[in-house]
Design a binder for this molecule. Structure first.
Ligand SMILES: O=c1ccn([C@@H]2O[C@H](COP(=O)(O)OP(=O)(O)O[C@H]3O[C@H](CO)[C@@H](O)[C@H](O)[C@H]3O)[C@@H](O)[C@H]2O)c(=O)[nH]1
Length: 469
C-alpha cells in the first residue's frame, strides 16, 4: 500500500494515457485543470518507465497534487516504434493491462475514477470488472470520432476499401456531423492487410466506449458543433466537451514568460527581434515525418523565398540548418504554444495533429496544412473548408505527390504578404476563431461549463462512494 496524506473526501483520479506525446500532453493538461483552484482532487498519472523519464524532467512545473507513477516498459520504445506501428499498437492492447492493474492494487486511497485514453479499451473492461467508473478521454477531434464510430457506413456505401488514386477526390456526405469530405481525407481506407489490422485495433476503442461512464472530448463545442451534437444524440454515455486541453494556463500563470522575458530560449529572443507577423512556424508534430525528398523541397523553398522561419525539425535539425539559408532558425524542439502566441509569428505550416490544430486556433494564426496520416487530413479539411483559416499545401487529391520548391515558395511568400487580399482574409478569420476559442475557455464559456459539470459529477460519484456503507 502507498502512503497518502489525502482524505477520503478527495477525488482520486488515476490517469492512464496512450504513451505518446500527442496523447500524454492533453491528458496532463486536463489533469492540471482538474487540480487547479484548490479542488479536492488529486491525480495519479501513470506512464511507462521510458515516458516517466521524458515527463519527469519536465516535472518542475508539475502541481504537487499530481503524482507520477510508472509501469514497466512493456511496449516498444518511443525511439523505435515508428518502425513497427502495428506491433506497438498490439502491445498497447495486450501488454499494459496486467502491470496497470498491479499498480492499481497498490494505490491508496483507491481510485474514484480512471481517466483513460479511448484507444486503451481494456481500461473500460477493467473498470467495469472492478466497479471503478471510467472516463474515456478522446485526444483527437470529435469529427474523427464520428468518422470512426460510423466507419461501417463507408462499407455500406461501397467506399471501403477504395482505390484512392482513382476516387480520392470523390466526396462523402453521409457521416453524421461531418460536412462533405473527400475520400482521400478519410483514414485507413486502402484495405491492405496492414491498414486493416491497424483499423481493427483503432475500432476496438469505439466498440467499448459506451460501457464507460463518461466520454470527454478535447475540443471546443463551437469548433465542431454538428459532430458533437450528432454523437450526443447517438451515444448513451454522457459527453463533456472540456476544451482544447492545451497549456494556455501556463501562459496566463507566467505572463512575463509569454512575452519571453526571463526565458533562456534563444529562439524566443530571436522571435523578439523579428517584425510583427513575419515568421512562418513549421512543425510536423512529435511523431510523423515527411519524406527526405519533400523535406529537401521545403528547405530549398525556405532558402529561395527569403522569408523568415522557425522550423522544428527534431532529429533532422542539424542537417537542415545547412541548407535552409540564414533567414530563420531550425531547432529540434520548442515550447510550441508560446512560440505560436508570439506576435512575430505570421503563419503555421502544420501537419494538423489535433493539439497543434487547437494551438494554432488559440494563437489566431493562419495555417498552411500538410497532413500526413490518421486524423490529420480531417483536421486539415476543417481548417481549410469549414473554418477557412488556412490553405492546403497540396490541393490535389493524389496521394504521395511531391510538392516542388517553386510551388512552396509561392505559397509561403503569399501567406506572409501583408498586402495580399486572400492572406488578409484568412488572417482576419483566424482572429475571429481565436476569439471564439478564448470565449469558450473563460467563465461561462462552453468549455468551462462542461468541465465544471464533469468535476461536479466526479464529486458526486465520490460522495456516493464514500457514503455507501
Ligand atoms: O517543437 C514542438 C513540437 C510539438 N510540440 C507539442 O507536441 C504536441 C504535438 O501534438 P499534435 O500536434 O497533436 O501532433 P502529434 O504529436 O503528431 O500527435 C498525435 O496525436 C494527436 C492527438 O491524438 C493526433 O491528432 C495526431 O494525428 C497524432 O500524430 C503538441 O502538444 C505540441 O505543442 C512541442 O511542444 N514542441
Amino acid at each position: 500500500m502507498e502512503a497518502s496524506s489525502t482524505s477520503p473526501w478527495h477525488v482520486h483520479v488515476v490517469a492512464m494515457p496512450y504513451p505518446a506525446r500527442g496523447h500524454i500532453n492533453p491528458m496532463m493538461n486536463l489533469c492540471k485543470l482538474l487540480v487547479s483552484n484548490n479542488a479536492p482532487i488529486f491525480v495519479t498519472f501513470v506512464l511507462t518507465e521510458e515516458w516517466l523519464g521524458f515527463i519527469g524532467s519536465e516535472s518542475d512545473t508539475q502541481p504537487h497534487n499530481i503524482r507520477l507513477r510508472s509501469i514497466p516498459n512493456v511496449v516498444p520504445s518511443e525511439l523505435t516504434r515508428k518502425n513497427d506501428q502495428l506491433g506497438f499498437m498490439k502491445a498497447l492492447m495486450t501488454k499494459m493491462e496486467a502491470p496497470f492493474e498491479e499498480l492499481l492494487n497498490r494505490l491508496e486511497p483507491p481510485p474514484t475514477i480512471i481517466l483513460a485514453d479511448t484507444f486503451l479499451y481494456w481500461v473500460v473492461l477493467l473498470g467495469n470488472r472492478r466497479n471503478i467508473p471510467v472516463a474515456s478521454f478522446w485526444t483527437m477531434s470529435a469529427s474523427i470520432f464520428s468518422l470512426f464510430h460510423h466507419y461501417h457506413l463507408l462499407q455500406l456505401n461501397s467506399h471501403y476499401p477504395v482505390n484512392l488514386s482513382e476516387h480520392g477526390d470523390k466526396r462523402v456526405d453521409y457521416i453524421p456531423g461531418i460536412s462533405s469530405i473527400r475520400l482521400v481525407d478519410i483514414p485507413l481506407t486502402d484495405g491492405s492487410w496492414y491498414t486493416r489490422e491497424i483499423l481493427k485495433l483503432c475500432l476496438n476503442g469505439f466498440a467499448w466506449v459506451s460501457k464507460a461512464q463518461y466520454l470527454l472530448f478535447t475540443s471546443i463545442y463551437e469548433l465542431e458543433p454538428e459532430a458533437i451534437d450528432a454523437l450526443k444524440a447517438e451515444l448513451s454515455v454522457p459527453i463533456y466537451t472540456i476544451g482544447p486541453a492545451i497549456p494556455y494556463f501556463s501562459l496566463e500563470n507566467n505572463p512575463t514568460l509569454s512575452t519571453t522575458k526571463g526565458t533562456s530560449h534563444s529562439y524566443m529572443e530571436w522571435l523578439d527581434a523579428q517584425p510583427f507577423g513575419s515568421v512562418l512556424y513549421i512543425s510536423q508534430g512529435s511523431r510523423f515525418s515527411v519524406s527526405i525528398a519533400q523535406t529537401d523541397e521545403i528547405a530549398f523553398a525556405l532558402r529561395e523565398s527569403g522569408i523568415r522561419f522557425l522550423w522544428v525539425a527534431r532529429d533532422e535539425a542539424s542537417r537542415l540548418k545547412e541548407i535552409c539559408g540564414n533567414m530563420g532558425l531550425v531547432v529540434s524542439w520548442c515550447d510550441q504554444l508560446r512560440v505560436l502566441s508570439h506576435p512575430s509569428i505570421g503563419a503555421f505550416w502544420s501537419h494538423c495533429g489535433w493539439n497543434s490544430t487547437k494551438e494554432g486556433v488559440f494563437a489566431g494564426v493562419p495555417f498552411l496544412t500538410f497532413p500526413l496520416a490518421i486524423d490529420q487530413p480531417i483536421d486539415s479539411k476543417m481548417i481549410v473548408e469549414d473554418w477557412k483559416i488556412g490553405w492546403r499545401v497540396k490541393e490535389a487529391a493524389e496521394v504521395n505527390t511531391l510538392i516542388k520548391k517553386d510551388e512552396i515558395t509561392m505559397l509561403v511568400q503569399k501567406i506572409l504578404d501583408l498586402d495580399n487580399e486572400l492572406a488578409r482574409k484568412v488572417r482576419e478569420r483566424s482572429k475571429i476563431l481565436q476569439q471564439t476559442c478564448h470565449r469558450a475557455i473563460t467563465n461561462g464559456g462552453s468549455a468551462v461549463t462542461d468541465l465544471n459539470a464533469f468535476v461536479r459529477d466526479l464529486m458526486q460519484t465520490n460522495n456516493d462512494a464514500v457514503n455507501t456503507p
